[in-house]
Design a protein around this ligand. Structure first.
Ligand code: AMP
Length: 375
């Protein structure tokens, strides 16, 4: 079976690497020629909204997916009319707009912080009445890796004026003002839901992952999450994500990011795709998130999400350390994406896997030193 993937970046590359052993072939829609997915399948080199490119991409394929959530809505609709696009355009549309996303969580009883929309100057006064500082102002659309955000501190003298300045800095585009959540940890729940209802399990959950960000970019993921020794947080994350997937009739892998607070989980955002905080599953679980995503998209039975032990993943950002040095680290699995060095760019990751978290303390410290970022 040939699977279409919109995008040819590192997530597309890892989908390809997971799918080739199962006999899948790939076709990627990607405007740049020198992309990480090159060599893993056919590349249709065209913009994501190019009519001719889309015709060539969709020709003779039954199902397609995407590796990033900013796929143009019109492209998603067009593909959905011709083939099975998974996850659905509805899930994509929710993830593309932070206001719709928070509203969806709220409707489903998934806890979120106070939020208010800002479309024009006249919305700011009422927004700061609903959301007191400290707060975070974010663009409604197209934000990623902490871009398109401004933190507003409680010490600001004039809240409305500070929000106005931040809104102008963000380009006067539609924004969301969110209460700053004073969290003790950040976690993500990665789950997969299959396409065929006759297959069991219908939904499978990976162990909860704890994430640490630096400058808005994911630095480190640990699974199982050290902040959840009793499994209580995992149980509530699974309950929320199950509700979300069932209400959207979701197909494929989803990642939902949560803040851990003294009152429990607060949902931050969802990604309708394979996710960086699930990269550890390649080396640390029975079936990786990439393979399970493809199985779901293709209508095949899901694989076990059981973890072999403990995993720690650290992103390589900006430039990669010498590969030989990384390979000297005990338990290291090195993944390089074939991308050139550039500040702030994710160019690879390293996962450490071992039977227990204690086994990983020293190797993780060494890896953290070597992987020091140029971001
Ligand atoms: P996001 O793009 O929403 O995933 O935000 C990137 C990172 O910024 C998050 O992982 C948090 O570390 C931080 N962050 C975002 N929103 C908030 C918030 N409302 N309160 C506290 N920290 C936040």
């Amino acid at each position: 079976m040939k699977i279409g993937v919109v995008g040819g970046g590192q997530l597309a590359r890892m989908l390809g690497l997971a799918g080739l052993p199962l006999g899948f072939q790939f076709r990627f829609l990607e405007p740049s020629s020198d992309c990480p997915a090159a060599n893993l399948g056919e590349i249709i080199r065209a913009p994501y909204d190019d009519a001719q490119g889309l015709e060539r991409f969709a020709c003779d394929i039954e199902c397609a997916t995407y590796e990033f959530e900013n796929v143009p809505a019109e492209t998603a609709r067009w593909l959905d009319e011709r083939l099975t696009l998974a996850p659905t355009p509805r899930a994509l549309a929710i993830a593309q707009d932070r206001i719709t996303e928070k509203a969806t969580f709220r409707e489903l009883g998934i806890p979120v912080q106070a939020t208010a929309g800002i479309k024009s100057l006249s919305d700011i006064a009422s927004a700061v009445r609903t959301v007191a500082l400290p707060a975070v102002l974010k663009t409604r659309r197209l934000g990623y890796d902490g871009k398109g955000q401004r933190v507003l501190h409680a010490s600001e003298k004039d809240a409305a004026e500070s929000v106005r300045v931040a809104w102008v800095e963000l380009g006067r585009v539609p924004c969301i003002l969110e209460s700053f959540v004073s969290f003790t940890a950040e976690v993500s729940q990665i789950a997969v839901r299959g396409r065929k209802r006759a297959h069991t399990p219908a939904i499978a959950f990976y162990p909860l992952t704890q994430n640490e960000h630096r400058g808005g970019i994911l630095w480190k993921s640990e699974s199982p999450a050290p902040c959840d020794p009793t499994g209580e947080l995992a149980a509530s994350a699974q309950q929320y994500v199950k509700r979300l997937m069932e209400s959207l009739d979701y197909i494929g892998v989803i990642a939902v990011e949560f803040f851990v607070t003294s009152a429990g989980l607060v949902a931050n955002e969802m990604a309708p795709r394979v996710h960086n905080s699930g990269h550890w599953t390649i080396d640390g679980s029975v079936t990786s998130q990439f393979e399970n995503h493809l199985r779901a998209v293709a209508g095949l039975p899901l694989g076990s999400t059981h973890a072999h032990g403990s995993s720690v993943m650290i992103n390589l950002v900006g430039r990669a350390p010498i590969t030989a040095r990384l390979l000297e680290i005990p338990h290291a699995h090195v993944h390089l994406y074939g991308k050139g060095a550039r500040a702030g760019r994710k160019i690879g990751h390293v996962t450490l896997t071992a039977p227990t978290a204690q086994d990983l303390d020293d190797p993780a410290a060494l890896l953290a030193q070597l992987a020091a970022w140029d971001s």
